[in-house]
Design a protein around this ligand. Structure first.
Ligand code: PBG
Length: 333
């Protein structure tokens, strides 16, 4: 056999389609666009100017005014949606601020709806950890465990408060059993049939949430963790179980989180469900790129684009990412 026999056969030259940028663009199987991106934003009670979050370079704890300015900027750039995290001034055992009509999330939602109407999809995170003094995502019982059903009752109250304030979708992220069905029931009971649920359906206990904890001033007392409610990264099939339970209970969109360590799960979920699939490129995934880029070790925007494109290629229809604002300036609509 002659040495070049294989490359000499005309149909065995895939490089042909990579020759020019125009050809590569033509045959690209995945196209990331601004419309795919959801920007996570932080709004803090009692701040008068945006406060930089040192663990998330380029991200801020916003005042209601600066939040409005940032959401307006993102909408003008073509970003479809924002997901919001509230940082209250006062925390207590039951996370009262989360469901208070005058709590920071509700105040911010009403303002955004008043100024922007339906121009952007508003997705408040629905959880308790930002609001509890112990830092857990739920109500803690005398033994120190997170009480599933008492927590779900609190989630129902929060969902109603967020719906009244103008949420388009609520996003329960606490990983309690039955939370999606209970929230759907509560919303319907108050006539909020049109408020949807973006369910954090497969959410792993992850070290990559580290920078987020500083962004929302959350520390679990006693050095605890979330392993009794968030999933073990060792498990893959369990994610399908979680996702299918959420779909059965009425989730309108299901989410996998974090994204890069769970591309297999995103692919599994995308082929198993008939609702849209979201993925969360989380704080640690963002900050690792930022930190390495700051040192000149990698090309930050290129690394971000490569990761987000891979997440979409794995099967995500939309991506929550702190890069949304930055990439919206370079991506197509
Ligand atoms: C819980 C919540 C967390 C994140 C989103 N929602 C923190 C956690 O589960 O500990 C993490 C987001 C990120 O790291 O970017 N309210």
């Amino acid at each position: 056999m002659r040495r070049l026999e294989f490359v000499e056969r005309p149909h065995l030259r895939p490089r042909r389609l990579r020759r020019t940028a125009a050809l590569r663009r033509l045959v690209a199987e995945t196209r990331l666009s601004t419309a795919d991106l959801i920007a996570p934003l932080f709004v803090a009670e009692g701040v008068s100017a945006p406060a930089p979050i040192s663990s998330l370079p380029g991200q801020y704890q916003h005042s209601v005014d600066s939040l409005l300015a940032e959401v307006t900027r993102l909408v003008d750039l073509g970003v479809s949606a924002v997901t919001l995290f509230g940082v209250p001034q006062v925390k207590d055992a039951r996370g009262s601020g989360a469901s208070d009509a005058e709590g920071i999330m509700q105040v911010a939602l009403r303002r955004l709806v008043a100024e922007l109407g339906d121009a952007v999809v508003l997705i408040p995170d629905l959880c308790l950890d930002e609001y509890t003094d112990h830092g857990h995502c739920g109500v803690v019982d005398e033994q120190g465990s997170v009480d599933n059903d008492k927590t779900v009752e609190r989630y129902q109250e929060i969902a109603i408060a967020q719906a009244r304030a103008g949420a388009d979708l609520v996003a329960p992220s606490g990983m309690m059993d039955g939370q999606v069905g209970a929230i759907r029931h509560a919303l319907d009971g108050e006539g909020f049939f049109d408020v949807g649920i973006l369910a954090y359906a497969a959410k792993y206990a992850s070290a990559f949430y580290g920078p987020f904890r500083e962004a929302v001033d959350v520390e679990i007392v006693g050095g605890g963790d979330r392993r009794t409610y968030q999933q073990d990264p060792a498990n893959r099939r369990e994610s399908l179980r979680e996702v299918l339970l959420d779909v059965e209970q009425g989730a309108d969109i299901v989410m996998v989180k974090p994204a890069m360590t769970n591309l297999d799960v995103i692919a599994d979920v995308a082929s198993a469900v008939d609702v849209p699939v979201a993925a969360y490129h989380v704080s640690g995934e963002y900050s690792m790129i930022k930190a390495a880029a700051e040192r000149g070790w990698i090309d930050g925007p290129a690394a971000a684009l490569e990761q987000l494109t891979s997440i979409k290629r794995a099967g995500a229809d939309m991506i929550l990412t702190y890069f949304a604002g930055e990439l919206a300036e370079v991506l197509d609509a």
